[in-house]
Design a protein around this ligand. Structure first.
Ligand code: ZN
Length: 174
């Protein structure tokens, strides 16, 4: 590693981040680890392992893990549960300045909830080629919604993908 005066340099990639971007990346990874802990909760409960947290002003105000099977509810996605918990905890449905961290690219339903809740930033891990709407199946960004939000992808994506692979492999192998 060379932390020379030219900026932050990493051996593992070509990225050369400014200190502010470096801190943002560290923060994103820290919160994504919390979302991964939620995904592990789903895994332990034999649910497809997906987790999410909502962060506002540097603290987690809502957490959620996929609970579709337990609740027999097609809307019980990690993001929906985390957003609902966050709104309950601050007593306001407006989650402006809130950041949603989710281990998997959100689906159409969850993207709708993100817009309705006025989440300002979405950070996700692995892509979802079957249901993802931030570029995988379709891309719903910049479609003239009256709420604009930033999307960052690929944060700790290997951890998220590995957990999903492990889950489906165990199902296949019985
Ligand atoms: Zn969803």
């Amino acid at each position: 590693m060379d932390y020379g005066s030219a900026g932050w340099r990493f051996e593992s990639s070509q990225a050369c981040l400014l200190p502010k971007e470096f801190m943002q990346k560290k923060d994103d990874e820290k919160w994504m680890r919390e979302a991964l802990r939620e995904a592990e909760n789903s895994f332990r409960n034999e649910e497809v392992p997906v987790g999410a947290v909502v962060v506002k002003d540097g603290i987690i105000i809502g957490r959620g893990c996929n609970r579709k099977e337990a609740l027999k509810d097609p809307t019980a996605h990690a993001e929906i549960i985390a957003i609902t918990a966050a709104a309950n905890s601050i007593g306001d449905w407006r989650l402006e300045d809130g950041i949603l961290y989710c281990t998997l690219e959100p689906c159409l339903m969850c993207a709708g909830a993100i817009i309705q809740a006025r989440i300002s930033r979405v950070v996700y891990g692995a892509r979802d080629e079957k249901f993802g709407v931030f570029g995988s199946v379709i891309d719903i960004r910049n479609k003239g919604w009256n709420w604009k939000f930033e999307v960052v992808s690929g944060v700790l994506k290997e951890d998220s993908a590995n957990l999903l692979k492990k889950f489906f492999k165990e199902r296949r192998d019985g």
